[in-house]
Write a protein that binds this ligand. Structure first.
Ligand code: NAD
Ligand code: UDP
Length: 314
């Protein structure tokens, strides 16, 4: 009998989680997708529900979980500012209690465990581009702190479980990623701009649009996740995963207008507090250790993403 590896994906019904579940099924894993459906939806995994090797479970990672698995991808956590600021205490609990519960599960089962960390651990960075050895510039009590500090504490827990209990850990620091299955109302810049452009509504630029981000297409990111999980045990990360091509928010708005043929105008709104002014991953480590770099550049990725949002509008 061929024994399939059993993998748990927390936050599996979310944007990144749904792509990861699909990829792991394609690779022959038995996939247990766990989600409390706070920001994720069954729609994201609808096409997987008929697959006998896929199982969908409603559960909140802030509560303990007893299942038998070989690998764990811990993605559960709202990722967009409006979602994670909706209930900030729950956001920190999800990162911290969620990490403790999933690490406890990994300890009991001996599973290898992956953590979806974030570029937000660098805060509003004073080092550019960001390398993994930079400790960050993070406000501990601002409106983004529930997310940033929660994710930083989760990293601490991962490394302490590794040092103290010899757990096999894999920590990826994810930079801004976009693609199909993003929540249309998550307030993130790519989803906002495409939805606004498709409806010929004004494109809302916060601040003067000179702040920058580096946008990674989802397929490239998922490739990095799988390579990291399969890398030798002595490589724990943290490793930056993202696309180093940096754009200003105004450039992104203009590109979206061009690709959608929209009549939208640009409007300027106040910049939210603690909004990082620039962000770009240094991916030297990922290139070296995982042989990975993104292949899909912004225009191509936006062309793959726009039809998804158009389909939501009917
Ligand atoms: P998402 O909001 O689409 O997905 C998160 C999923 O976690 C959702 O399905 C949500 O319902 C679920 N969830 C939230 N709280 C939970 C809880 N307590 N118990 C169980 N499930 C819970 O966001 P995403 O973009 O897919 O992000 C996935 C992970 O990657 C997150 O941990 C996020 O912090 C991280 N990340 C994403 C990005 C990005 O650009 N997309 C960047 C950095 C880090
Ligand atoms: N942003 C914007 N208009 C929007 C949504 C976001 O100008 O409608 C800006 C936001 O202020 C930030 C950047 O786009 O500077 C990226 O925002 P997002 O919420 O996508 O991600 P994060 O700030 O977490 O990188």
């Amino acid at each position: 009998m061929h024994l399939r590896k059993r993998v748990l994906v927390t936050g599996g019904a979310g944007f990144l989680g749904s792509h990861l579940c699909k990829r792991l099924l394609d690779e022959g894993y038995d996939v247990l997708c766990l989600d409390n459906f706070f920001t994720g939806t069954k729609d994201n995994v609808l096409e997987l529900l008929d697959n006998p090797h896929f199982e969908l479970m409603r559960h909140d990672v802030t509560f303990p979980l007893y299942v038998e698995v070989d690998e764990i991808y811990n993605l559960a956590c709202p990722a967009s500012p409006i979602h994670y600021q909706h209930d900030p205490v729950q956001t920190t609990k999800t990162s911290v209690h969620g990490a403790i519960n999933m690490l406890g599960l990994a300890k009991r089962t001996g599973a290898k465990i992956f953590q979806a960390s974030t570029s937000e651990v660098y805060g509003d960075p004073e080092v550019h581009p960001q390398t993994e050895d930079y400790w960050g510039h993070v406000n501990p009590n601002g409106i983004r702190s529930c997310y940033d500090e929660g994710k930083r504490c989760a990293e601490t827990l991962f490394f302490d479980y590794h040092r103290q209990h010899k757990l096999r850990i894999k920590v990826a620091r994810i930079f801004n990623t976009y693609g199909p299955n993003m929540h249309p109302n998550d307030g993130r810049v790519v989803s906002n701009f495409i939805m606004q452009a498709l409806q010929n509504q004004p494109i809302t630029i916060y601040g003067d649009g000179s702040q920058s981000r580096s946008f990674c297409y989802v397929d490239d990111l998922i490739e990095a996740f799988v390579r990291l999980m399969n890398s030798p045990d002595d490589f724990t990360g943290p490793v930056n995963t993202g696309n180093p091509n940096e754009f200003t928010i105004k450039e992104l708005a203009e590109k979206v207008i061009e690709l959608t043929g929209s009549k939208s105008e640009l409007i300027y709104e106040p910049l939210p507090s603690d909004d990082p002014t620039q962000r770009q991953p240094d991916i030297t480590l990922a290139r070296e250790k995982l042989g990975w770099e993104p292949k899909v550049q912004l225009e191509e990725g936006l062309k793959k993403t726009i039809p998804y949002f158009a389909s939501l509008l009917g």
